[in-house]
Design a protein around this ligand. Sequence first.
Ligand SMILES: C[S@@+](CC[C@H](N)C(=O)[O-])C[C@H]1O[C@@H](n2cnc3c(N)ncnc32)[C@H](O)[C@@H]1O
Length: 175
Amino acid sequence: MKVYHSSNKDDWETPPALFDQLNKEFKFTLDVAARADNAKCKKFFSPADDALKKTWRGNCFLNPPFSLAAAFVKKAHEEALAGRATTVALLAARTDTKWFHQWVYRSGAEIRFLKGRVKFVGARSAAPFPSMIVIWRKRGRLQRSGRRLARLGVLALAWAWAWTLPYPAARFKPF
Ligand SMILES: C[S@@+](CC[C@H](N)C(=O)[O-])C[C@H]1O[C@@H](n2cnc3c(N)ncnc32)[C@H](O)[C@@H]1O
């Protein structure tokens, strides 16, 4: 049987209609995975730049190379957490993968599952896998310090609780 669409190709190009729809909403300033001939924004990172080693800023669009999907997804999560970039990604909806659970599902990113299959530019048929749009919104300063404060709060509560324990558990009191 001839396979007309393989998911493991590194440069499946985003359909313009899908990009335009997202661009209307997010007004992208940087395509973080591209080449000059397929870049969706004036500013882009190419394999020569290596986006994984760059700082991402602004509103970023991401359709990652298949072979580096996990690394790009992790990077998008980290840049949002650091308060540097909002990243919107077109991804295969591989909900059984470690990267999905760790960097998408548990990261609190917004997930929009796409109805139907995406037909990538140049493909003879629609993709053999479902797709999703994932949005990691950049955290504001307050959100970031809020998380730190929440962690300190949990530690303080645990410490206060330790003082209520009877001996011998009480010997674990820090002081
Ligand atoms: C799936 S294509 C997406 C192309 C285009 N951005 C789009 O949405 O149609 C992924 C692109 O990422 C590029 N790429 C691969 N490794 C990269 C890296 N380390 N840094 C930046 N771009 C990379 C590939 O050359 C390829 O053009």
